[in-house]
Design a protein around this ligand. Structure first.
Ligand code: HEM
Length: 330
């Protein structure tokens, strides 16, 4: 497996709370070094064992805090599950195989017989494999749970009906300081209400949701700074140094956390699958050149005080900017 891609969405030098949707497979990502479009939903790289270990820990600690369903229709569930199984197998470089009934993972050493209409795991067998120990004690409770435990991405399903949209399922085992239970069953505007400066984006919610369901697939990126590289920052999980009142900025212990998110619509089922894949890289790796340091400093300076607070950066920002601006001149 290859090392993870280092994404630098801050290279535009501007922080924006906006849709920022790029059409998967065709639309170039302007700040990518090669300017190329991206086509994949799932990325498998050499952080796979760490992601699986983190997902297994969330599952073991309290699966219900991360995963749930709210009025998910059989048709939408089947569409999302079928897309998930087919696409993860196609993009896994042979690690995962899927024959329409059984999904086998050669790294994890498990094979599940899935009923996509019922959303169930009908049978699970395990063999010894490089990572079988990571999930040895994990019992997947349904097909979405099983499928989510084979990939690095977190998963959510949005549904739409005559009265609007709602978040119909979550399998988000590595959330970044939000609680999936607060969001399940809520509409786009309610989900995004805590995001500082989300008013203009939220005002276009019906059009955004319609685009996601009928005109994708899309990819988008969110980014922030974190003071640990722990993947799971569920608010009810054990605290760590990230967003801790005592934590001070230290360039050797800081990380850029980018979330690569994809949206794939199922128009016949009036819904869409949302994937979230965190990428954490040491800040010293994320800003290696003076241009990168200058762009990140500019992007951070473009945040409003409310956005700085929302991103958990209020106590860190002065020292962070000093460090970045010195690096920009070096
Ligand atoms: C068209 C689709 C979407 C767009 C354009 C969008 C946009 C955004 C933006 C701009 C942010 C702020 C990012 C930042 O911290 O800088 C955000 C945050 C967030 N989004 Fe979305 N989003 C979309 C779909 C979804 C979906 C389907 C979910 C369901 C899980 C979701 C869950 C969240 C959550 C939980 C946050 C953080 C909110 C919090 O801190 O409580 N988003 N989104």
């Amino acid at each position: 497996m290859r090392p993870p891609t280092v994404y630098r969405p801050f290279m535009g030098g501007q922080y924006e709370v906006a849709a920022g949707l790029f059409r998967l497979g065709t639309q170039p990502i302007p700040w990518r070094e090669d300017g190329a479009p991206e086509a994949h939903t799932f990325a498998f790289d050499d952080t796979y064992p760490a992601f699986l270990a983190s997902k297994a820990a969330s599952h073991r600690r309290a699966l219900h805090e991360y995963a749930g369903e709210a009025n998910l229709s059989t048709t939408l569930r089947e569409a999302a599950l079928s897309f998930l199984a087919t696409t993860m197998a196609a993009e896994s470089d042979g690690v995962i195989t899927w024959d329409g009934v059984s999904l086998h993972n050669a790294q994890l050493g498990w094979t599940a017989h899935l009923d996509l209409r019922r959303g169930s795991v009908e049978g699970l067998t395990r063999t010894r494999a490089p990572l079988s120990g990571v999930i040895a004690d994990i019992e997947p409770i349904h097909a979405l749970d099983f499928l989510g435990l084979n990939v690095q991405e977190d998963l959510a399903v949005i549904a739409r009906g005559p009265a609007g949209d709602w978040l119909a399922a979550t399998h988000v085992l590595n959330p970044q300081h939000w609680d999936p239970r607060d969001k399940l069953g809520r509409d786009f505007v309610a989900v995004h209400a805590p995001v500082a400066g989300s008013g203009p984006m939220n005002a276009t919610a019906p059009r955004l949701v319609d685009a996601v369901i009928t005109r994708g697939p899309f990819v988008r990126f969110a980014w922030g700074l974190a003071m640990t590289d722990r993947l799971d920052h569920h608010p009810a999980g054990p605290p760590d140094d990230d967003r801790h009142s005592q934590t001070r900025f230290d360039p050797e212990r800081a990380f850029l956390r980018v979330e690569r998110q994809t949206l794939t619509g199922f128009p016949h089922a009036d819904g869409a699958l949302f994937t979230i894949r965190p990428y954490t890289s040491a800040l010293t790796m994320a800003v290696m050149t003076p241009e990168q340091a200058a762009a990140l400093a500019r992007a951070l300076r473009s945040m409003t005080p409310a956005q700085v607070a929302y991103k958990g950066l209020t106590a860190l920002l002065p020292d962070l900017l000093l460090w970045l601006e010195a690096r920009a001149l070096s």
